[in-house]
Ligand binder design. Structure first.
Ligand SMILES: [Zn+2]
Length: 303
């Protein structure tokens, strides 16, 4: 009788658990790393156009940063891990030594302080018409306002660099830690929209007079590579040069310096209409002088 009772009990348990599968009863494995999941590159979600064309338009750093010695100059480089993701997962955080590109004369057009919703799209239109790629050093607070413009920059194959969160010198240059904290915050904002973070950064105002050894050590520990500029259209100077004067400024500087690597500073924010107007002539002139066009990556020569 007792055996029959146990048999019935077993049967009831089996019936009650009839829908259970072995898989469901095993607790899900914890994720091995806090790093964001790799993006699907073959079937991008329809509501997220930023994922389109990922496989061909940029290089994704591998876990050890071992794939950044490139043979192209017009592909941006991004990391799928944030600084703390790398730290927490025990991955390398500083970049290894990368040989700089010196094969040809290269012009790197760089646009700081955006993205805004007026000038940046106009710059993108000119770049598209000219068929060249450029680099946009963006601020976190501008990305928050214009995430769609950031996605357009990304989708059209330009490089995105980090230019701090709010560009306020007295906050940024209080200490190396305050400096990188703003860049990490901006990384998070950028990653929220395009799923990757830049490794290239530009210190607002440039590093001269504000960076000491501690700043260099701190950015190196975060895997950031800083790029200032050696040429400028001077579109942010008080003299507010018009388009012609901006092109002449660059011609003057090239004549003086004859640089093999021309990193040209411009701005993509409100009030820079003359920069947009100067762009086609600037590009034509640089082509005439024999420059190729590249985007800034960790392989770009330091000035
Ligand atoms: Zn700036």
């Amino acid at each position: 009788m007792r055996n029959l009772f146990y048999l019935l009990l077993m049967l009831m348990i089996l019936i009650l658990c009839g829908g259970c599968t072995e898989e469901e009863t095993i607790p899900a494995k914890p994720k091995p790393s806090p790093a964001p999941k790799p993006q699907s590159v073959t079937t991008p979600p329809a509501n997220n156009p930023a994922k389109i064309n990922q496989p061909t338009q940029y290089v994704l750093a591998d876990e050890n940063f071992s794939n950044l010695q490139l043979n192209v100059i017009d592909k941006p480089v991004y990391d799928k891990y944030g600084v703390w993701d790398r730290h927490d997962a025990g991955l390398p955080m500083s970049l290894p030594k990368i040989e700089p590109y010196h094969e040809k004369n290269v012009a790197y057009l760089t646009f700081d302080d955006g993205p805004d919703d007026k000038i940046t799209p106009q710059i993108l239109d000119v770049l598209k018409a000219e068929g060249i790629k450029a680099t946009f050093f963006v601020c976190g607070n501008m990305v928050e306002k214009n995430p769609e413009v950031l996605k357009r920059i990304f989708n059209e194959g330009h490089a995105i660099g980090n230019h701090s969160y709010n560009h306020v010198y007295k906050e940024l240059y209080k200490s190396p830690w305050d400096f990188v904290a703003q860049f990490m915050k901006t990384d998070d904002i950028i990653m929220e929209h395009i799923g990757v973070r830049p490794l290239i950064i530009r210190a607002p105002g440039g590093v001269a007079g504000v960076f000491d050894e501690d700043y260099w050590d701190m950015i190196d520990a975060c895997g950031y590579v800083e790029f200032d500029w050696n040429l400028s259209t001077e579109d942010a100077t008080p003299s507010k040069p018009n388009a012609t004067a901006q092109v002449l400024n660059v011609i003057k500087q090239i004549t003086t310096l004859s640089p093999r690597t021309a990193i040209i500073l411009m701005h993509s924010k409100a009030g820079k209409e003359e920069t947009v107007k100067a762009l086609p002539e600037l590009i034509r002139m640089l082509r005439e002088w024999g420059y190729d066009f590249g985007v800034i990556t960790p392989m770009t020569p330091q000035l």
